[in-house]
Write a new protein. Sequence first.
Length: 161
Amino acid sequence: MKSLKIIVKGRVQRAGYRNFVDETAYALGIRGQVKNLEDGSVEIIAQHEDKQILEKFIEKVNVSEYPIHVKEIIREEVESEPFEEFDIKRGDLSKEQSERLDEAAFYLRQVSTKIDSFSDSTSSRFDVVDTKYGKISEQLEHMSGSLDKLVSVLERFAPEK
């Protein structure tokens, strides 16, 4: 079993990166663990029989999708006891929860701003549709009146029953 120790630097803490790594490891059949380090980086121990799978794993975890932004990956082959599965090693529970709540509040504010922007944009689009609908409605009423007049004229020429 090949084992790699991978140090990932960048915006990788308080961004959902460990969960992303866990999902990626699961998809590729990687065993090991991921944990936050005190310096703000993340450490991954990744194990697999196939070196190409490990390379693919490194490619996939080198991600820059908001809010995650990997700047640097340092890797080295290491000797390690075999892992049964892939696991996220969490720190102090109250600290982890507090960080998650802070991040959740941040993202909720962003979503709220986007919803407000969407609402304003949608409202202005409905105003345009309403204006166009009003013009179409006026034209239809005019056409209806013209058709009524035409029917009156045609009725004069219709044979009596």
